[in-house]
Design a binder for this molecule. Structure first.
Ligand SMILES: NC(=O)c1ccc[n+]([C@@H]2O[C@H](COP(=O)([O-])OP(=O)(O)OC[C@H]3O[C@@H](n4cnc5c(N)ncnc54)[C@H](O)[C@@H]3O)[C@@H](O)[C@H]2O)c1
Length: 366
């Protein structure tokens, strides 16, 4: 096990701590950076990550994303290279730190892979979440922010998607179902014991990078999502973009999605943490994090070309099974409850992605 040495006998110190599972990954690392940049020294950040989808340089103890954040902020991140399903190791993390609440990012997230490896996805995402809750309960920690997804809504019955839209119907893959199942488990848990407070943040499509360009999205293999794919074409790593379907009933026939800057998401998590101090925030709350505006694939390509000054060649391919034509959020609940609004524009999303990608053509291993 790399990173901090686990202390079996007593806690390392008694500073209040936030546990961030999956904190070395894309959304997690940006949230960790945001919290360290914006919170006082009376709170520490503890990250648990098994590095299955994040990068550590040979010879380093900490993953590259966290090492860079420490360099950027001058603050220490307590890092444990462990799996959230490793009960003993998780108990030791809770013994070593005075954890007040958890932000739970750790999950497998490749939709296509989840179809071929359903057991791995349910094991990591659903069993892993149950194990985390058991360990939290054993240590008297009952506050959790969960990384959910607009995927839980399935095919939209109406737009924009607000939180009262039904969930769970027509989900087409184990990844989406694992997010839905976790939400259902969290509802049951919160109903069983009033001590629990769970805020499930339903992300729309996270894109962008830290404005410094020092941390960003670093997918392994061929990217599953549009923005990193476009960025890798622009930087010359991939030849051309495949546009899946050009005959949808949209502005130009290509699929429309609600893209949200990862820095805005990070602010949303900080907003959720702040809610834990309010009594009305016990129980289960699902909240959308999106902009409320959708852009088509070709609008994304045009915006990225404008931001990067690079051409992004594309060609039309067949529609993908399970893809919907249009999806965008009603983000008004986040504004009312978290005081959160996405502030960054599409141009910001593209410019920040390009700053990261152009300086890290091969991600953290560059
Ligand atoms: N990025 C998106 O498009 C998107 C959209 C909606 C929801 N989400 C959710 O947000 C969360 C974070 O997504 P991301 O894009 O940052 O993904 P990511 O893969 O970049 O980050 C996840 C991190 O969790 C770690 N991890 C995975 N399984 C683990 C386990 N069993 N134990 C410990 N660590 C483990 C990985 O190594 C990785 O560092 C996920 O739960 C994902 O389902 C992501």
């Amino acid at each position: 096990m790399g990173g901090d040495t686990l202390n079996e006998d007593k806690r390392i110190d008694m500073t209040r701590a936030i546990l961030v599972t999956g904190g070395a990954g894309y959304v997690g690392s940006h949230t960790v950076a945001y919290l360290l940049e914006n919170m006082g020294n009376d709170l520490e950040i503890v990250v648990v990550d098994n590095l299955i989808n994040s990068y550590r340089k040979p010879g380093q103890k900490k993953p590259e994303s966290l090492r860079i954040i420490e360099d950027m902020t001058g603050k220490t991140i307590h890092f444990y290279n462990c799996d959230i399903r490793d009960v003993q190791a998780m108990h030791r993390v809770f013994q070593n730190h005075l954890i007040e609440c958890v932000i739970h990012f750790a999950a497998l997230k490749a939709v296509g892979e989840s179809v071929t490896k359903p057991l791995e996805y349910y094991q990591a995402n659903v069993s892993g979440t149950c194990t985390l809750f058991e360990v939290m309960r054993d240590h008297g920690v009952h506050k959790l922010v969960y990384s959910s997804s607009c995927t839980v809504y399935g095919e939209p019955q109406r737009l924009p998607l607000d939180e009262t839209h039904p969930t769970g119907a027509g989900l087409t893959n184990p990844y989406g179902r694992s997010k839905y199942f976790c939400e259902e488990i969290m509802k049951d848990l919160c109903a069983s014991d009033k001590k629990w407070s769970v805020i499930s943040l339903r992300y729309f499509n996270p894109v962008g990078a830290h404005p410094s360009g020092r941390i960003g999205e670093d997918p392994r293999g061929t990217p599953n999502n549009l923005m990193p794919y476009i960025a890798q074409v622009a930087v010359g790593r991939l030849e051309e973009l495949q546009v899946f379907g050009s005959d949808y009933p949209t502005v130009d026939g290509t699929g429309v999605r609600d893209y949200v800057h990862v820095q805005d998401l990070a602010e949303g998590h900080a907003g959720a943490l702040a809610c834990f101090n309010k009594t009305e925030f016990t129980g289960f709350h699902a909240i959308n994090l999106g902009t409320g505006t959708g852009y088509s694939v070709l609008q994304m390509v045009a915006a990225f070309e404008a931001a990067s000054g690079k051409r992004v060649p594309w060609r039309v391919a067949a529609r993908r099974a399970g893809d919907v034509a249009v999806n965008y959020a009603d983000a008004s609940l986040a504004a009312r409850t978290l005081g959160w609004r996405a502030r960054r524009t599409l141009a910001d999303m593209c410019a920040d992605t390009w700053r990261w990608q152009s300086t890290h053509p091969h991600g953290y291993a560059t």
